[in-house]
Design a protein around this ligand. Structure first.
Ligand SMILES: *Cc1c(COP(=O)(O)O)cnc(C)c1O
Length: 404
């Protein structure tokens, strides 16, 4: 019988420990490596230039680092993909995927289909024109109609940032036909969802979030098959978008507790979502675990649980939301998510500001929305903090409504 996820998370990426005679992952900070033999070195260089994940000699740290490679093996085990490729940030990982999509298009314009909402930075990168991409924005149910003969990539995020809307990966994969589908699975982590099982070619994480989990690493990773990884490694070598070994080491250190952290935070999120929905200051809650939050029944089928991030709408709109941010004491008003501590932020004003109003409306990002990433504090302590902040937000919001 295959080992349970928790067991694999503890032991992933430790295959070389016996040979190395170590008990914990070693941290190799070398930028360059002594070359013993020119022939062997040139063969290794050629291998890395062709996107190989390893070679007889490591040569130079932009080409290969054993600490990073060990984390990549560990993550691939948890995502159930052949391999993974780590980058210096989630955006660097997504940029590498987009650059490769562009290269695959050859001389014709690279057409992409993207489902809103996406993380604000991803949305902006696609819209910016920086990478010369032709993007059709659509909804998950309309991917098939958006496909063109020159479409090279389909992008979705599930749960999506910040509305935590779920996308049926298998349905999008079917609509995309032979075109690769990239799933940003940052909010789910491999604890709750393995997109490759449902046909995704590229599984992306901002490892800055739950994978790192302690708010001290900026990193990104793409879990995929070896053929795709070869191309992404070539992009990484060319652009230098590598993950620092210290980041990889911290990420690997966090994997054994990943399931525990996600499950504990999720249990608190379920409880808080229910109470927040009942609070007079709140007009709507977005959470896959809330009533109506999973209309197509993806929890159980695609995702093991609703996760630890939720969003809610202040009845008092922007003013009410701003007041909640001001009044939270235990919950930190800060962008980012998936940390040991709870974070709350205002998507329209912060993470999704760059998207612009039309894009925000299309993605369902409203002015009164707050996004809460639940951490590992006691749920009762969190509720005490939130309920006080919501009370304040309610009073301010009511003043605004009466004044209008
Ligand atoms: C944060 C985030 C990103 C970007 O990752 P960085 O590590 O900040 O570059 C991409 N996708 C999602 C869903 C995110 O939450």
């Amino acid at each position: 019988m295959a080992e349970a996820f928790d067991t694999r998370a503890v032991h992933a990426g430790r295959q070389d420990f016996g040979e190395l005679g170590v008990h914990a992952p070693p941290l190799d900070l070398s930028t360059t490596y002594p070359l013993r033999d020119l022939e062997r070195a040139t063969a290794s260089l050629d291998a890395f230039a062709a996107g190989a994940g390893s070679a007889p000699d490591p040569i130079y740290a932009r080409l290969f680092n054993p600490t990073v490679a060990r984390f990549e093996r560990a993550l691939a085990e948890l995502e159930e993909t052949e391999t993974s490729v780590a980058f210096g940030s989630g955006m660097a990982a997504i940029t590498a995927v987009l650059l490769d999509a562009r290269a695959r298009a050859g001389t014709s314009a690279a057409h992409l289909v993207a489902v809103r909402p996406l993380y604000g930075g991803t949305d902006h990168l696609l819209s910016s024109g920086l990478l010369g991409l032709d993007v059709t924005w659509t909804q998950a149910a309309n991917v098939a109609e958006a496909m063109r003969p020159n479409t090279v990539l389909v992008l979705v995020e599930t749960p999506a940032n910040p509305t935590v809307a779920l996308v049926d990966i298998a349905q999008v994969v079917a609509a995309a036909g032979s075109v690769p589908v990239m799933v940003d699975s940052t909010f789910a982590t491999p604890v709750l969802q393995q997109p490759a099982r449902h046909g995704a070619t590229l599984v992306v994480h901002s490892a800055t979030k739950f994978l790192g989990g302690h708010g001290d690493v900026i990193a990104g990773v793409v879990a995929c098959d070896e053929q795709t990884a070869k191309r992404l490694r070539q992009v990484r070598v060319l652009t230098g978008a590598l993950l620092h070994p210290m980041g990889a080491w911290l990420l690997h250190r966090g994997l054994p507790t990943l399931a525990m952290r996600v499950e504990r935070a999720q249990a608190s999120a379920i409880l808080l979502a229910e109470r927040i929905a009942d609070h007079a200051a709140v007009s709507r809650v977005w959470y896959p675990g809330a009533t109506g939050g999973d209309p197509t029944g993806l929890i159980g089928r695609q995702m093991a649980g609703p996760g630890a991030v939720l969003a809610f709408e202040m009845a008092g709109g922007l003013r009410g939301a701003a007041e909640v941010l001001r009044r939270c004491e235990l919950v930190t008003p800060a962008v980012s998510l998936g940390s040991v501590d709870s974070l709350i932020q205002h998507p329209a004003g912060l993470t999704h500001r760059i998207v612009g109003e039309a894009g925000r409306l299309e993605g369902g990002v409203t002015d009164g929305m707050l996004r809460l990433s639940v951490g590992l504090e006691s749920a009762e302590d969190l509720w005490r903090d939130l309920t006080r902040a919501l009370d304040c937000g309610h009073r301010v919001g009511r003043v605004e409504i009466r004044a209008a």
